[in-house]
Design a protein around this ligand. Structure first.
Ligand SMILES: [Fe+2]
Length: 286
C-alpha cells in the first residue's frame, strides 16, 4: 500500500507541475484583441469609424510562433493608424532582435506611431533601438507631433517621452519638466481633436489638465494577476490594487485607454490576464 501511495505521489507532483507550466505558458502567450468604441462630438465627421490599433509593452517578448498571431491580430483589425506606447524593449534584455522584427513588420500593415516607455530610458542599447526605429517607417512622435488625415480633414497626434527621460523620479523637478513639456506641446498644436501617446496611466490627472481628447497608455501590464474582485493585483508606480490597469477611463474630458500590454518584465508571468492588442474605433457624434 505504501509503495502504491508513493507511486501515486510520484505521478501527481510531476503532472501538477506540467499542468501549471502549461497553464502559465498559455496565459502568457495567448494574445487577445480587445475592442472599444470612443464617441466624441469634437471628432471630424470624416474620422467616423477610424480605427486606432494599440501595441504596448512588448518588452522584446518571446512569442515563438505566436509572434505571427500578434501581427495577424493587428492586420485583422484593419487599422487606420497603429500606435506603440513604449517599452518595446525590456531594459534587461541585451538583444533587441524581436523588437526590431516587430518594428519592421508592423509598418507593413499601416502607418505606425511610437513613444518611449520607462524601459527605453534605462536601456543600454538605446542608440541601437533608435537606429532601428530611424531606419524604419515608424514615426517617433516623442519630439514632433503629427497629423492624421482622412478625406481632407485632420486631427492631431502627439506623444511624450516617459517620465524617466526627464530625470530622477524622486526629484519633483522631473515631473514639473514633464508637465511643462506636455503643456507646451499640446498648446502648440493646431486647434482640433487631439490624440496623445504617453506610456504611464497613473498620470491621467496630468494629461487631463491639457487639451487632450484621448490618450493611449500601457505600463501597468494589466496588474499581472487579475482576480474577480481586486482585478489587477500590482502595477509599477501604482502599487498593490492599482486603479488603472486596463480599459477606458475618463477625467475632465480626457479619455484614457490603457492596454494590458504584450510582454512581461521583472514579474515573469500573467494570470487571467492575456496579452492584448487594443482596437479603438472612433465615432463622430452629432
Ligand atoms: Fe513601463
Amino acid at each position: 500500500m505504501k509503495i502504491l501511495n508513493k507511486l501515486k505521489v510520484s505521478h501527481v507532483i510531476p503532472s501538477f507541475i506540467i499542468a501549471s507550466a502549461r497553464f502559465l505558458w498559455t496565459e502568457d502567450k495567448h494574445i487577445v484583441t480587445t475592442h472599444y468604441t470612443y464617441r466624441s462630438k469634437k471628432l471630424p465627421k470624416s474620422f467616423d469609424g477610424y480605427k486606432i490599433v494599440q501595441v504596448s509593452d512588448f518588452h522584446n517578448a518571446y512569442l515563438g510562433r505566436r509572434s505571427k498571431n500578434l501581427l495577424k491580430a493587428v492586420e485583422e483589425a484593419k487599422p487606420d493608424a497603429i500606435v506603440i506606447t513604449g517599452d518595446i524593449v525590456d531594459r534587461r534584455t541585451p538583444n533587441l532582435k524581436r523588437a526590431a522584427v516587430l518594428i519592421e513588420k508592423i509598418t507593413g500593415i499601416g502607418q505606425t506611431f511610437y513613444v518611449t516607455g520607462n524601459h527605453e530610458a534605462h536601456y543600454k542599447h538605446f542608440n541601437k533601438l533608435y537606429d532601428v526605429i530611424g531606419r524604419s517607417e515608424v514615426r517617433n512622435i516623442t519630439k514632433y507631433s503629427a497629423e492624421l488625415e482622412r478625406n481632407g480633414e485632420k486631427i492631431n497626434i502627439a506623444g511624450i517621452n516617459d517620465v524617466w527621460f526627464f530625470g530622477d523620479e524622486g526629484n519633483p523637478k522631473t515631473y514639473r519638466n514633464f508637465q511643462n513639456e506636455l503643456r507646451d506641446k499640446v498648446s502648440g498644436l493646431p486647434h482640433g481633436f487631439t490624440v496623445l501617446l504617453a506610456h504611464r496611466p497613473e498620470l491621467l490627472s496630468i494629461y487631463s489638465k491639457n487639451n487632450v481628447d484621448i490618450v493611449f497608455c500601457g505600463h501597468a501590464h494589466g496588474g499581472q494577476i487579475r482576480l474577480p474582485v481586486v482585478k489587477g493585483l500590482y502595477a509599477p508606480h501604482q502599487g498593490v490594487n492599482p486603479k488603472y490597469t486596463q480599459g477606458m477611463h475618463e477625467q475632465n474630458g480626457t479619455t484614457m485607454v490603457v492596454s494590458r500590454g504584450l510582454g512581461n518584465s521583472r514579474f515573469p508571468f500573467r494570470v487571467f490576464n492575456h496579452p492584448e492588442v487594443v482596437v479603438v474605433e472612433l465615432r463622430a457624434e452629432a
